[in-house]
Design a protein around this ligand. Sequence first.
Ligand SMILES: [Zn+2]
Ligand SMILES: [Zn+2]
Length: 263
Amino acid sequence: MVKFCSLFSGSSGNCLFFGTEQTKILIDAGLSRKAIFNALEQIDQKPDQLKGILLTHEHNDHVRGAGILSRTLDIPIYATEGTWKGCMPVLGEIDEKNMVCIEADKPFEIDDLCIQPYRTPHDANDPVGYCLLAEDKKTVVATDIGKMTRALLKWFEKSDLLFLESNHDIEMLKIGSYPQKLKNRILGDKGHLCNEVAAKTVAYMVKTGVTRVVLGHLSEKNNFKELAYITAVNEMKKEGILPGRDATVEVADRYAVGTLYDL
Ligand SMILES: [Zn+2]
Ligand SMILES: [Zn+2]
């Protein structure tokens, strides 16, 4: 059985759990060690069983706790060269054997997990998303995405679970209190995915056979759970897809542990 759980998701900190009986990992660790350990306890997982941390990119909300976790548990961090460069000051000292450099489009293995990093359009040094393959199941993690592309859709195909960013509502962002420069950054091709594009992506992916979707990385100021959810559901209904029957859609919480999926 493959397990997946969103421990935290949002602009305030990201950390996802993924694992098989044998191999358990985190994807991003953008919160304190204490917060992450507490969240793991809630899903009956022991931190000392973790075999590694995959980083998507160097932004603080993804890496804040990775250094201390690596030191405490003596586990490797996997990141692209650009991400390593960007996050070294935040991570602090990492044992050389725990610094693993990965490359987009070059799959690698951690025990029985096969991991395929793929490039994402985002304003970081060398950001990636991850396809996680284990026991014939495919889980895709796709956050911090400025725009949807054919290449990304291809990565999402035939996934058993798709964890997709649904960051903001465009209107809320436009009329909100963020400085114009930040608004432009978020709306740009290397910013974040809006509810509308996420919803269209979900509808498209469900039509091609994806049955579990979790929406995540919601903006604190420019979105709320019900809005992200209803935008996706409305788009699915337009395509004749019935949520609950054809696919499940959930929205990950910012601070609370989400559903523990058994795939
Ligand atoms: Zn980011
Ligand atoms: Zn982020």
